[in-house]
Each structure stands twice: as C-alpha cells, then as structure tokens.
Design a protein around this ligand. Structure first.
Ligand SMILES: C[S@@+](CC[C@H](N)C(=O)[O-])C[C@H]1O[C@@H](n2cnc3c(N)ncnc32)[C@H](O)[C@@H]1O
Length: 233
C-alpha cells in the first residue's frame, strides 16, 4: 500500500525572519525521496530554517529526526511546522560545528547558506523581506563559509554506512566540496542537479558576479546540485 503525505511545502509557514523554502529546499527533499534513505533511519537536518526538510524526512518514515539551526526564530518556526504537520522532530538551537558532540546519524541533510557575498551586501542591495534573513544565504566571498565546516564535520556526524546529502550552488565550489569530502574518506558524487532562475539574492548580486568574471553576461540562471557522500561500513 502506498501512503501519500501532504506536501510539506503546503504545510510549512514562515515569517520574514526565516528562510522561505525555495528550489534548493525542494531539490534536497526530492533527493531524499529518490534515494529512499529516510525510512527507519536516524536523520539530522542541519540548517533547518522552517523545518521543511526535517518534516519531509519524518513524513518519509525516519525513525528519528533531529533538526538544528543557529537562529532562534527558525527553531520556533520549525517546531511549529512539525507540530502542524503532525510529525515528531527534535528541533534544537545550535551550530553545525557543535554537532560532533551530538552522536552519529544514519542520514545527514543540509541546505546551508552558500551564496557568495559581494560588496553590495554591505547595504545597497534590495532584497525583499519575505526572502528571509541574510544569515540564511550569505556565505562569504566564495560561498563556503558554512559549506567548509559542514564538509569537515560530515565524517564525525555519520554512522558507518551513513549518507550525507547537501545542496549547493555552482557558485560555491561544487568540485571543492567533492574534493574535501573525498579527502576525508567519504565516497562523494553529484546525485542530482537542476537549473533554476535566479532568486532575489543572486539577482541582486548578478552584476558583481559578472564584474568579477564568475558569471557570463546576462545569464540569470544557476545550477543547483545535490551532493551525496557515503561513509564506508
Ligand atoms: C538556506 S536556509 C535553509 C533552510 C531550510 N533547510 C530549507 O531547505 O528551506 C539556511 C539556514 O541555515 C541556518 N544557518 C546558518 N548558519 C548556520 C550554522 N552555522 N549552523 C546551523 N544553522 C545555520 C540559517 O539560520 C538558515 O535557517
């Protein structure tokens, strides 16, 4: 018998202080569905925001779901969304760099901030409030401010045989993530990718990216990828 669950995108609500689920959130959830990794597993959702990915993991049959975020507003929002969805998610406030102390997980999911942050971020950008707070996307000049510690933490977070799925943009060093994860003994590959139109943040940074030679003129689409990293048994 196939059980169908309500689309977490239709359940989850956010406020201007929390990242509104977008293409990256949906791609990560699709990857979780495609790989069928959730059923019966202990899942950790890093950078949970509204909790949309954590809710999906619980709906897909995870044995337990832990979700963390550095932002207290996101923590409250994710708790409320899990309650509305009628699923159990243990939402805690914390940084992913605290995680190694928390034990090991069969599945680790992450949609971290990964947007390169140019000089416009200093205050001249016009980004609609509903997009969420700057700390949900700003990730330093190379977009790796959170991705680097996330890759470094991966082996310590995963059980033997465990899997991490992370989503990131082409603009934040996909090859670097793959190299980093492999150098830590994980088997890493690109699992899924999708071209999506620029959202409000990249639109505001497009001219800077063009100026510094990281974007072809007039291109206004980015490639998102989901990386799968497996720890040996
Ligand atoms: C791109 S949003 C993703 C939200 C949600 N997982 C989704 O897919 O829609 C990134 C989230 O990471 C959180 N965050 C930023 N730095 C963090 C860190 N060092 N540790 C944990 N969470 C972090 C932000 O508060 C934000 O909620």
């Amino acid at each position: 018998m196939t059980i169908t669950y309500p689309d977490p995108f239709k359940i989850v609500v956010t406020d201007p202080g929390v990242y509104a689920p977008q293409h990256d959130s949906r791609l990560l959830i699709e990857a979780l569905q495609k790989t069928n990794l959730a059923p019966g597993r202990h899942v950790l959702d890093l950078c949970t925001g509204s909790g949309v990915v954590a809710v999906a993991a619980a709906q897909l049959g995870a044995l337990s779901v832990t979700a963390i975020d550095i932002c207290p507003r996101a923590v409250r929002c994710a708790r409320a969304n899990a309650a509305s969805a009628g699923v159990r998610v243990n939402v805690e406030m914390g940084s992913l760099t605290d995680e190694p102390a928390r034990g090991s997980f069969d599945v680790v999911l992450g949609n971290p901030p990964y947007v390169p942050t140019g000089p416009e971020a200093a205050g001249t950008e016009k980004i609609p409030l509903e997009t969420g707070p700057a700390w949900a996307w700003n990730a330093g000049d190379d977009g790796r401010l959170v991705l680097d510690p996330l890759c470094a933490a991966a082996p310590g977070l995963l059980t033997d045989g465990g899997t991490m799925l992370i989503v990131q943009s082409e603009f934040s060093g996909v090859e670097q993530s793959l190299r980093d994860l492999r150098s830590r003994g994980l088997c890493a590959e690109i699992l899924m990718w999708q071209w999506v139109p620029f959202g409000p943040v990249l639109s505001a940074r497009a001219q800077w990216l063009e100026r510094v030679g990281r974007l072809e003129e007039r291109r206004r689409e980015e490639e998102l990828v989901v990386i799968r990293a497996d720890k040996a048994t």
